[in-house]
Design a protein around this ligand. Structure first.
Ligand code: DHB
Ligand code: MG
Length: 222
C-alpha cells in the first residue's frame, strides 16, 4: 500500500463525508503561501478531533502547537457559545497567520493565542489556575511531548481527554534503536503513560495524506 492510495482514500472520505469548506481551503492556501510547513492535520483527521470534542461536550480546550490554526478552527467550531480555547504557539509569525485565519473563519472570539514556548505557556496557565480543560490537544514539538503531557495533567480533571498527535513516527515508536529524537520523545511519552495510574490510554496508528503516523487518546480518570 502506497502513499498514493492513502491520498486517494483521504480524498474519497473528504468528498463523501466532509462539507465543502472554502474558508478552510483558504486557510491552507494562506498557510502554504506564508511558508508554513504542510503538517496540519488532514481534513478527515481534523474532523475526527472535532467530533471527539463534540462527543465529549468539551467547553474548554487547550491546544499546544497552533501552526496556522487549522485544527484550532475545527476545535473552535466544536465549542458551545460560551466555550473557550487557549492555543500555544512558539513562533510569532505562525501565530500571526493563525490569528488572521481564525478571524477569516469567524471563530476568533473564544480563542486566545498565546505566543510562547509550550512549556512556558503551560506553567503560566497552571500559575493562573486557568484549568481544568475538558480536552487538551498536544501537537507541538515532539521532543517536548513528555514534559507537555506532565503539565497537561495539572490542567486536567477526572474526565479530561488528552489527545497527542504524531506519536507513531512511521513506526519509529516501536524501534528501540531509533536515533530520531522525535520518536524517542514519543517512546518516553509512552513510558510516562505506562507508569501513570491516573490515566487510561491507547495509541492508534494512522495512514493518510500525512503519511504513516498515529495519535494517543488518554482519559484522565482521577
Ligand atoms: C511534524 C509535526 C506535526 O505536528 C505533524 O502533524 C507532522 C509532522 C514534524 O515536526 O515533523
Ligand atoms: Mg501534528
Amino acid at each position: 500500500m502506497t502513499q498514493e492510495r492513502w491520498d486517494a482514500v483521504d480524498d474519497y472520505v473528504a468528498r463523501m463525508l466532509l462539507e465543502e469548506d472554502p474558508v478552510l481551503e483558504e486557510v491552507l492556501r494562506v498557510s502554504a503561501e506564508a511558508g508554513l510547513p504542510p503538517i496540519a492535520l488532514s481534513p478527515p483527521q481534523a474532523k475526527f478531533l472535532y467530533l471527539l470534542a463534540r462527543v465529549h461536550h468539551a467547553r474548554s480546550i487547550l491546544e499546544l502547537g497552533t501552526l496556522a490554526g487549522y485544527s484550532t478552527i475545527w476545535l473552535a467550531r466544536a465549542l458551545p457559545a460560551d466555550g473557550r480555547l487557549v492555543t500555544l504557539e512558539i513562533n510569532p509569525d505562525y501565530a500571526a497567520v493563525a490569528a488572521a485565519n481564525t478571524h477569516r473563519a469567524g471563530v476568533a472570539g473564544p480563542i486566545q493565542i498565546k505566543i510562547q514556548p509550550a512549556l512556558d505557556g503551560l506553567r503560566e496557565l497552571i500559575a493562573e489556575n486557568a484549568g481544568p480543560f475538558d480536552l487538551i490537544f498536544i501537537d507541538a514539538d515532539k521532543e517536548g511531548t513528555p514534559d507537555y503531557f506532565r503539565h497537561a495533567l495539572s490542567l486536567s480533571r477526572p474526565g479530561t481527554v488528552i489527545v497527542t498527535d504524531n506519536v507513531v513516527r512511521a513506526g519509529g515508536l516501536a524501534d528501540p534503536d531509533t536515533e530520531d529524537a522525535r520518536a524517542r520523545g514519543m517512546q518516553r511519552f509512552h513510558e510516562l503513560l505506562a507508569a501513570e495510574p491516573r490515566v487510561s490510554a491507547t495509541t492508534i496508528q494512522t495512514v493518510g495524506s500525512k503519511g504513516y503516523d498515529g495519535f494517543t487518546l488518554a482519559l484522565v480518570e482521577r
